[in-house]
Design a protein around this ligand. Structure first.
Ligand code: UD1
Length: 360
């Protein structure tokens, strides 16, 4: 069996890591195609190095552009790659432009498509990620849902697993990686000592979503809110955030805000484990904070990872007073719930790919 994985953006490299490892362990041929959507070393190369992911066999080098141009460039380049590789499965990850482009290219060439992280929904039709995940689910042959909630969303849209597409609940592969990396984090390696912050006394923040960065007034309020929090906030700044703040003349060094470059994955895990809270608009980080039992404040009106909110570890806020107050709230009562599985999702994904024959 030959599986072609298509990835391009930071969170996809994290999801790819346990899949690549599991497929290698089983001796399954695995070809990685990097679209080049993310090209900064801190958003790309370090993930391959730190997480031991095989080098991409193909790099499309598409870079940044408008949604249509970026998605179209990836599709155009992938047609030839898929034809040459003749895969048994094209495996696509999450909800980026790389995901949708790969799914569309593959399905039109009649290569079976498996969608990892199927069924997530924000129900916000303004988000590029919502367009990408809905369209990808509706053209894929095998839907690998991380949770029961995700599978319920698929069933509600008519994809209940009877016939094509098949639906399999696998658990969440980011949980696999996180549990492994957490074991490697040592007590005697306190993060951000260069910034003068002490373990347990700072929050980690990331903001990069277009909905938050592309409106100058909203972005200004978000940055001012982070600066007004009553403890140090280490902001791990995505290139998009840095570019937009420069464009709108918004300072990233104000109040309690400490701007820092994006960090490699093990350093992020270490940073969150030693923090008192997380403030983010990332999908993955909400879940990672929950798995590390660190309170999360999400600067969005909705979340795909509803379990984190229902279990009390995540709150959704608007920028301003609500954000400032939420970031200082105490930790909720402990929970032993494991809505994202037990760290064996990659094995479930490999089983599903091996067991389900798209030709039948
Ligand atoms: C993309 C995904 C988003 C995911 C995020 C993770 C889409 C629609 N969005 O958003 O779901 O959460 O990745 O980070 O696919 N840039 C650089 N260097 C890079 C990459 C981007 O400087 O290596 C800058 C460019 O100015 C670019 C901007 O960031 O225009 C946005 O990059 P893009 O890949 O379009 O989307 P992300 O915001 O990273």
């Amino acid at each position: 069996m030959r599986i072609v994985s298509v990835v391009g953006a930071r969170p996809q490299f994290v999801k790819l890591a346990p899949i690549d490892k599991e497929l290698k362990r089983r001796g399954i041929e695995h070809i990685i195609v990097h679209t080049g959507q993310h090209y900064d070393p801190l958003l790309s190369d370090v993930f391959f190095e730190d997480l031991g992911i095989s080098a991409p066999a193909v790099h499309l080098g598409v870079g940044s552009d408008s949604h249509g141009k970026q998605t179209g460039a990836i599709m155009a380049a992938l047609d030839d790659v898929f034809t040459e590789q003749n895969p048994d499965w094209v495996l696509v990850y999450g909800d980026t432009n790389s995901t949708l482009a790969a799914a569309l290219s593959a399905v039109k060439l009649h290569y079976p498509v498996a969608h990892l992280e199927a069924g997530l929904r924000s129900f916000n039709r303004q988000m590029p990620e919502e367009h990408n995940r809905v369209l990808t689910d509706h053209c894929a042959d095998l839907l690998l849902a991380p949770t029961q909630v995700a599978a319920d969303h698929l069933a509600h849209e008519g994809m209940d697993g009877s016939g094509t597409p098949a639906v399999v609940i696998t658990g969440d592969v980011m949980t696999d990686v996180l549990l492994e990396i957490m074991e490697q984090v040592t007590e005697d390696d306190p993060p951000f000592s260069d910034l003068g912050v002490k373990p347990g006394e700072y929050s980690v923040a990331t903001i990069h979503r277009a909905e938050n960065t592309d409106d100058p007034s909203r972005l200004d309020t978000i940055v001012a809110s982070l600066a007004a929090i009553d403890h140090a906030v280490v902001l791990l700044a995505h290139p998009r955030l840095i570019a937009k703040c420069a464009e709108y003349d918004i300072s990233l060094s104000q109040g309690n805000l400490l701007a820092h470059d994006s960090v490699p994955y093990p350093k992020l895990v270490n940073a969150v484990l030693h923090s008192r809270g997380v403030i983010t608009d990332s999908g993955g980080l909400q879940k990672e904070a929950f798995l590390m039992r660190i309170p999360c404040t999400t600067v969005r009106p909705e979340t795909e990872w509803v379990e984190t909110v229902e279990l009390g570890w995540n709150v959704l806020v608007e920028p301003g007073d609500a954000l400032v107050a939420a970031a200082s709230r105490p930790a909720p009562k402990p929970t032993a719930a494991t809505p994202y599985g037990d760290g064996a999702a990659a094995a479930a994904v490999a089983d599903a790919l091996a067991n389900w024959n798209p030709i039948e």
